[in-house]
Design a protein around this ligand. Sequence first.
Ligand code: ASN
Length: 301
Amino acid sequence: MIEAQETELMGSLKLTSQILRYVTNYLQDHGFLQMLPVMLGRSTDPLGPDPNSSILKTIEVEYLGTTMRTMNSMILHKQVAVRDVGRIFILSPNIRLEKADRKASGRHLFEFTQADFEIPYGKMKDVFSLMEGLLVGLTSHIGAEGIRKVDGEPFAFKGPFRVYSTHELEERYGEDWEYKASMDHDQPFWATCHRREFYDREDLENPGHYLNYDLIYPFGVGEALSGAEREYDYQRIRTRMGKDKLAMDIYASYLEEARKGFVPSAGGGFGVERLTRFLRGAAHIGDVQLFRRVPGEVPGI
Ligand code: ASN
């Protein structure tokens, strides 16, 4: 039994290593500079208002008189970096202290790594084709060993992926569309137009609609990536933050950067463990982590 578990974990780790090598090469070959991650910041992603977000709190530490926060995501730093250095990506460790009931989703961890990238002057379609190329290339590259089987064949991504708006999905599958729509597909699909964080750009020609997207894995596995074209204009950022009733003092250093001027950009981030779990066909995302970080479970070492 112990041996079987070790083999399973070893298989997951081997796949994660292959994914990391492939993603790093792919993004570097597509002109992205790899940044080392930021782990503490004066500002971090508020992760909301988003009905899908359920974090209990963001960790804050006082350091030499300044309050620092652990990264929920590096989105705010990405907007600065993409202005200053162009195409960038980060293998970014994120801490999200999710409620215990998130264990049941099978895809939440309280500590994970996301491959997070940003494209200056990018549009939604640039992110779609970048990700489709990445995923299709990945499964043609990694071979069949230890990969989930579909109809007796190892799963292979096939693009381009279908694109739906959340309005269409709600109409077809109801408000809780994600799981049902995911079960109804055998390739990932894009879901655009979510009302969520201030940094996702509102479509000014179509107010109340948003130029953002999730990529959803099939077979009931659910969210793979989230991203957007960004709000880059200082006044628009302030207005959106005001609507979300965010505590402006937490974002003072970010707003200073925004006042200097951001460039328009688009990007996204996908969870590395989620990709491993999807390709392995593992029942729970914690099963592919050597050191499980599952909400509601007391971790080992
Ligand atoms: N990485 C995501 C993005 O680029 C943000 C997030 O993880 N909340 O939009």
